[in-house]
Each structure stands twice: as structure tokens, then as C-alpha cells.
Design a protein around this ligand. Structure first.
Ligand code: ATP
Length: 215
């Protein structure tokens, strides 16, 4: 949802509280609620609540308030999108370990939750991430509801592993191998070839130095 980016942080933080209370109301069979009643229950002031809800595109009707079930449905979706995104990493070599260590700390909602390899790292926990045997890939990916994987394996096994990932239900692959892997429709691959990137930079510096430096 594109509007997500525009929701202020403070509003996003209140969302789980609204959600919890609305769930409670829904379970009790309440169909609608006014911002004043919500304010009473949540201790946020009514103007804040109305403004928050307007960010979500939920507009209360005068004299009616908000529809509890519709709000709940909507908030469940927003919360799901905001929750932590678990990513798998395949191939815990030099690059894989660097990424485990990095673990996208600057981004609050993404993290590598599971890593896989065939080497002696299996069974260890590196940078807080458990390393599983490849035989456990499908089971773990399904159990942890992972649908994004980072590929840092040697090029010659990249396609086979991609096929296994797709089979396990992965929908997005960040491919650090130089191989352009094939995937079925509905699966997205983001290629990150670091060597290629550096080579491109070297090429530009060597050939277009006067343009890039503006001299
Ligand atoms: P990097 O390229 O990340 O610097 P490296 O030089 O340490 O890695 P590579 O030979 O590129 O090692 O392998 C990367 C990692 O992928 C290694 O940890 C290796 O054990 C693992 N790997 C190799 N084959 C497979 C496979 N079939 N399935 C899973 N992991 C594999």
C-alpha cells in the first residue's frame, strides 16, 4: 500500500492499541464506535484518533462513528505489512557471513531469520542467526513464513537452489551470484553483482573521468 509511507510514526505506533481495543469490541458484538468512545478507552484524545484514522482513509460518519469490523479488517492488513519481514540467506561463505553480520540493522522491519549451508557452519548460530542444513530448507521456510531469500552461493549451484526456493514458496530472491537465474512468473529476482558494479565504476572513471569530475 503506497499510502503506508505517509503515515506518521506516532500514528503507526498507536495502531496496535486501536487494533487490540477494536478486537475486544468486535468480540463483544459491538458494530460501531465513535471517536469519543475510543478516546475514553484508549486515552488518546478524540482529535488525535480522528486524524490518525483519516491517514488510514477511514472516515467516520457523523452520528454513526466508525464501523468496527471494517476498521479491524483494514488495520489487520496494515499491521501485517508493518510486521517484521523474515528473510532467509543461502550460502554462509564470506559474503553470506558479512550479510548476516550486517543484518539490515538500519531497517527496522527486515532481518535475516534463518541461514542455510552445506558446510561446517551447520548447527551453529552466527551473528544471532541459526544456520540450518540445506535439507531443512523447505520445512524452515514454510514454518517461518519466509518468502524472500538472499542467494550467496557459488554460481554453479545457484539455479538448483533457486528452483528449491521457488518450490518452497519463496517469491523474491536477492541474487548475489553472477548467474542470471530463471524463475517462473510471479517470482521476482533482484540481481546484485558486486564485481560488475565495481567494474562499471572503474570503466566510467577510466573512460569518462573528465565528464564525471566535471573538469
Ligand atoms: P563468497 O563467494 O560468499 O565469498 P566463499 O568464497 O566463502 O564465499 P563460495 O564457494 O562462494 O565460498 O560459497 C559460498 C557459500 O555457499 C559457502 O559457505 C558454501 O559452503 C555454500 N554452498 C556451496 N554449495 C552449496 C549448496 N549446494 N547449497 C548451499 N550452500 C552451498
Amino acid at each position: 500500500m503506497d499510502e503506508q509511507a505517509k503515515i506518521p510514526r506516532a500514528t503507526a505506533k498507536r495502531l496496535p492499541i486501536y487494533y487490540r481495543y477494536l478486537t475486544f469490541l468486535n468480540d463483544a458484538g459491538t458494530n460501531r464506535i465513535s471517536s469519543a468512545e475510543l478516546a475514553e478507552a484508549t486515552k488518546f484524545d478524540a482529535a488525535t484518533i480522528r486524524r490518525d484514522f483519516s491517514y488510514f482513509g477511514a472516515l467516520g460518519k457523523r452520528g454513526y462513528g466508525y464501523d468496527v469490523e471494517a476498521l479491524l479488517d483494514f488495520f489487520a492488513k496494515v499491521l501485517d505489512q508493518n510486521s517484521l519481514i523474515n528473510v532467509a540467506l543461502i550460502g554462509v561463505g564470506h559474503l553470506g557471513q558479512a550479510l548476516l553480520n550486517f543484518n539490515f540493522h538500519q531497517s527496522s522491519n527486515m532481518r535475516i531469520a534463518a541461514a542455510f549451508d552445506i558446510n561446517e557452519n551447520r548447527g551453529k548460530i552466527l551473528s544471532g542467526v541459526p544456520i540450518y542444513d540445506m535439507a531443512e530448507l523447505e520445512e524452515q521456510i514454510k514454518a517461518q513464513r519466509i518468502n524472500i531469500a538472499i542467494l550467496t552461493v557459488p554460481q554453479d549451484v545457484a539455479q538448483d537452489i533457486t528452483d528449491t526456493l521457488v518450490q518452497a514458496g519463496v517469491k523474491g530472491i536477492m541474487n548475489f551470484t553472477p548467474l542470471r537465474v530463471s524463475v517462473p512468473k510471479g517470482v521476482r529476482v533482484q540481481n546484485v553483482d558486486l564485481t560488475n558494479e565495481l567494474q562499471t565504476l572503474v570503466y566510467f572513471i577510466q573512460n569518462y573521468a573528465s565528464i564525471t569530475t566535471g573538469k
